[in-house]
Design a protein around this ligand. Sequence first.
Ligand code: SF4
Length: 138
Amino acid sequence: MTDKPWYAEGLRFECSECGNCCTGAPGYVWLNQDEIQKMAETVEMAVEEFEQTYVRKVGMRKSLKEHSNGDCVFFDNKTRHCQVYSARPRQCKTWPFWDSNLKTEQEWKETCDFCPGSGTGPLYDIETIEQRRREIRI
Ligand code: SF4
């Protein structure tokens, strides 16, 4: 028996900017107040106005709104880029190193099937992966 996770030797990732993770099936992008404030500053809006325009309440939590097709409200369909990239929330920054993607090799394989940047590019070491995984539990 070993305590090492299956990805102890690291994992590869390099975003190809395909936009798959920002679009498609409905989901949630969880936000804390600090993230909301940074995003509001980025789009030069007051926090209250930003929340009314872009944030929805889900129980006790807050998530970004989506378009009716499931695309993130900040995904620019023309440029295929995030409009608040520099202030993107932890959930986006830490992709694909989420608990749910790392649970088993099979979960990671499915992540790679969905995200063409996962499994390619530079190797991330276990410390970096674990640091990102712990930042937000998804
Ligand atoms: S799905 Fe992967 S490769 Fe595509 S934009 Fe998201 S992180 Fe980048």
